[in-house]
Design a protein around this ligand. Structure first.
Ligand code: B1M
Length: 214
């Protein structure tokens, strides 16, 4: 039954049916499935299939947009369940996060921000297509412990290096730990651009962030 629901959520994402994805997500929560199970085994599976179909020329941009719409609508239901809106009395640490300039992929970055926030971090989410100078300014303003840089395109990964260089130029590189992530990003890339860490997914980012602040 639960597995059927997850398959139906995946199909709803791929089929471009945001309303049905929301209804099924609600049903999945009511049936006792955990929010992270719904995300990783239902929604993300659908997003990956949509991405593969796009790469093969079977899907076009509007298909990706409706798939994203479905996932974002479902996330509105799931975020409160992840504890993101829980009152945190004493933040574990402060994080500035965003998707680098030229890149408008939002969902993965938002999921990372949500999971950090659910785990006690104070998160300042700058959104997508964020210029290097905005990251630098926000790190300065907030005195952030961690800067999270997301990039989903091979052509925008370079933006992560640019932000790190901007931190160096601003003289604040040693004041903040930089975590990089996103589908084309790897540990090797993180090493190459002198990031402090790479995380492959949202929970990985939480673990890395916790370890950094120990
Ligand atoms: Co785009 N897109 N897209 N897209 N899109 C990809 C990324 C692509 C792999 C699809 C494909 O061809 N198979 C491909 C990139 C190829 C490449 O460069 N290697 C691609 C392309 C080519 C493009 C355009 C260039 C298409 C075009 O215009 N011709 C264009 C670029 C626009 C731009 O940014 N300038 C484009 C546009 C779009 C939409 C706007 C239509 C839409 C985004 C809508 C939105 O976000 N509001 C979109 C979508 C939806 C996708 C796919 C299908 C799904 C992305 C997603 O949301 N996944 C994607 C294919 C895919 O990834 N399978 C694709 C779900 C999300 C939960 O996962 O974002 O990977 P993800 O995040 C994960 C991890 O990566 C990691 O944790 C997250 C949670 O586990 N992570 C971090 C992410 N950030 C992190 C930061 C961290 C740590 C971990 O620390 C700070």
């Amino acid at each position: 039954m639960s597995e059927d629901l997850l398959v139906m959520i995946t199909e709803g994402i791929v089929g471009g049916e945001p309303e049905s994805v929301v209804a099924l997500t609600r049903k999945a929560l009511e049936s006792g499935l955990q929010p992270l199970e719904i995300i990783n085994q239902g929604l993300v599976v659908g997003m990956n299939i949509a991405g593969e179909k796009f790469a093969q020329g079977e899907f076009f941009l509007p298909h990706l947009l409706t798939a994203a719409k479905g996932m974002q609508a479902a996330m509105e239901l799931l975020e409160p369940e992840l504890g993101a809106r829980k009152q945190v009395h004493e933040a574990v640490g402060t994080v500035v996060i965003g998707t680098v300039q030229g890149d408008i992929h939002e969902i993965g970055k938002s999921l990372v921000g949500t999971m950090l926030s659910a785990n006690g971090f104070k998160v300042h989410d700058l959104g997508v297509d964020v210029p290097s100078e905005d990251f630098v300014a926000k790190v300065r303003e907030t005195g952030a412990d961690i800067l999270g840089l997301s990039a989903l395109l091979t052509t925008t990964m370079i933006g992560q290096r640019e932000v790190i260089e901007s931190l160096v130029q601003a003289g604040i590189r040693d004041q903040v730990k930089v975590i990089v992530g996103g589908a084309p990003v790897s540990q090797a890339w993180a090493d190459e651009i002198n990031a402090d860490a790479y995380a492959g997914n949202a929970m990985g980012a939480v673990e890395v962030a916790r370890r950094m602040l120990k």
